[in-house]
Design a protein around this ligand. Structure first.
Ligand code: GLV
Ligand code: MN
Ligand code: MN
Length: 410
């Protein structure tokens, strides 16, 4: 690896550590969409971009955008980047790696005084995880121009509307349409794999062929709260016991379908006391698959099974779909371009699908889009143990730089 790429990788790893300090919940890394720590991370990102001579700003929908001009002002730009929001108790590489790598690639070109034919647009999306507000990917939807204005009215667990959070963040909820990007030729995202395949095969990089579609639902089970000592077992309407049965029904249905995964990741019990039968339980469901039809069928089956459990246990079930995104087949020209770039730096282009969701699946609705994956330790992600090596980071930067240099708008 060239010495410049190695020093770029060292600086990128240091920036990833620095960005991880922006958290709402120290010492854990929790940087939810449009939170104060997200705002401070966005400001830091802008400061780094400006240090490199780029113009950078927060757009109306809460993305950080920066631009490195090309030689041909009329040519559509190549957009690269990823997200800087995180899950709760996150690792430091999911999203941040790709956002900061975009900056590194441009800094590498700028340091050599190189301009490409096309401009490079850098984006640090703000809403990829969907942990704070149920509808997600509003940053990329804003660029594509398909945001539903109703998304602004959704509230977080504290009752804060996305509209107010966006305003406080520095976005402009009244001008969402102005976030729509024009003059873009293609989008590419670098991201950690978040799975074990590359490590198992001893490879640093992978090229994504397709991204799983996903459905998310909110379930609210209402039974009857009561005295834990005085209520006989056969006269209870225990919302948590009903929810527990539903969670297992979800797991059973997902296990029955190859390539379908389903998760209950959050469950809130009310009133939540040792001596009170739970009266109300709210939980989330996240179902994903590489093919849309089996996912839709499974979600319908899950809803049916949950209703049957609710009827039998005489509890009420309200089920609301909060999010659905179709699977995305990465654009063949981007897949081919990334494969060529990986081969050009002497690595073997390994194609693989993505089980995780990404802004790329929305960007691909309007522009040719694709992704480059970097190996992560043990395939662990959404976990503070997330880890990558500086060597892999250098290899990824070399491949992404090569892709950018060779990119020609079609
Ligand atoms: C984002 O990480 C997701 O796939 O949920
Ligand atoms: Mn991510
Ligand atoms: Mn994630």
């Amino acid at each position: 690896m060239a010495a410049t790429t190695e020093s770029q990788a060292r600086r990128l790893m240091a920036r990833l550590d620095a960005l991880a300090a922006f958290t709402d919940d120290p010492p854990r890394l929790t940087r939810l969409c449009l939170s104060q720590s997200h705002r401070r991370a966005a400001e830091q990102f802008i400061a780094w971009a400006k240090e490199s001579g780029l113009s950078a700003h927060i757009d109306p929908v809460g993305n950080v955008r920066a631009r490195y001009e090309g030689r041909r002002p009329d040519a559509p730009a190549l957009m690269i980047g990823s997200h800087i929001d995180t899950v709760r108790d996150a690792g430091r590489y999911d999203g941040a790696l790709g956002a900061l790598a975009a900056l590194s690639v441009v800094e590498g070109l700028a340091a050599q005084g190189r301009r490409l034919d096309v401009a490079i647009e850098i984006v640090a999306f703000g809403d990829e995880e969907g942990v704070r507000f149920p509808r997600t990917l509003t940053g990329s939807r804003g660029l594509v121009g398909v945001n539903d204005p109703q998304a602004l009215e959704q509230k977080d667990a504290d009752g804060v509307a996305m509209r107010d959070a966006l305003k406080a963040f520095g976005g402009d909820p009244d001008r969402l349409g102005a976030a729509r990007a024009e003059g873009v030729a293609a989008f590419v995202e670098l991201h950690i794999e978040q799975g074990p395949v590359l490590e198992a095969e001893g490879r640093a990089l992978g090229i994504v062929t397709a991204i799983n579609g996903a459905t998310r639902l909110d379930a609210v089970v209402t039974g009857s709260a009561g005295h834990a000592g005085a209520s006989p077992m056969d006269l209870r309407r225990d919302a948590l016991a009903a929810a527990a049965e539903m969670v297992l029904a979800i797991e059973t249905r997902a296990r029955a379908e190859p390539e379908l995964v389903a998760t209950v990741g959050r469950l809130d019990v009310e009133p939540g006391a040792v001596n009170v039968i739970p009266g109300r339980v709210r939980f989330t469901i996240d179902a994903r698959a590489s093919l849309d039809e089996p996912r839709r069928c499974a979600v319908a089956d899950i809803a049916g099974a949950m209703q049957a459990i609710a009827r039998r246990r005489e509890v009420r079930l309200e089920l609301t779909q909060t999010y659905a995104e179709a699977a995305y087949i990465c654009h063949p020209t981007i897949v081919a371009g990334l494969a060529a770039a990986v081969a050009a730096i002497g690595a073997d282009p390994r194609l693989l699908p993505s089980g995780a969701g990404h802004d790329t699946m929305v960007m691909g609705q309007r522009w040719p889009a694709g992704m480059l994956f970097v190996r992560c330790k043990g395939g662990v992600s959404h976990n503070p143990a997330e880890s990558i090596t500086e060597d892999d980071c250098a290899i990824a930067l070399a491949a992404l730089t090569r892709f950018v240099e060779d990119f020609r708008p079609s």
